[in-house]
Design a protein. Structure first.
Length: 167
């Protein structure tokens, strides 16, 4: 039996892990993203964070901007150091110069190693992907707070985003 306080702490740390994944993907912080996984993570027929780095770099170069918004999350603790989870995510993904909405389901396996919760496995599934009604990518700058409609400053303000695309 897991102590109720330990259960709450584990749930909070796993929720933070999932949130950090979304921010790392959106900012193209590939090193930070890979650091969220166990060192011996399976990546197809390869394993390890170097293989994961190559895989994420390839996948994320195939799309432009991403905006991942994590929603519903169910966490099931197997024991004090292992858990599984189901995570719902709404994404806006730039594909071929236009945004699409995606409803994403992540099927996760987590482990706590050296006192830190990490992904062992993350399966990305899709309910759907559909074009955005009005594509905001062609709008003039919003210049917030002057105007609420238009393009903003993110993701270009992130150094990791600029570095990712300059390679």
């Amino acid at each position: 039996m897991i102590d109720p306080l330990d259960r709450l702490i584990a749930h909070d740390e796993i929720r933070q892990l999932v949130a950090r994944y979304a921010v790392a993907v959106d900012s193209r912080d590939i090193d930070g993203l890979c650091d969220l996984f166990v060192r011996d993570v399976q990546v197809g027929r390869s394993s390890g964070r170097e293989a994961l780095h190559r895989d994420f770099s390839t996948q994320l170069r195939a799309v432009g901007r991403t905006i991942l918004n994590v929603g519903t999350q169910a966490i099931d603790l197997v024991d004090a150091d292992r858990a599984t989870g189901t995570v719902y995510c709404k994404g806006e993904i730039e594909v071929d110069g236009a945004l699409v909405h995606q409803a994403i389901l992540y099927d996760d396996t987590y482990e706590r190693r050296d006192g830190r919760w990490l992904f062992v496995r993350r399966v990305h599934e899709l309910w759907y992907g559909a074009p955005v009604g009005q594509d905001p990518l062609g709008l003039p700058p919003a210049e917030w707070p002057k105007r609420a409609v238009g393009m903003g400053t993110v993701p270009e303000r992130w150094a990791s985003w600029r570095s990712f695309w300059s390679e």
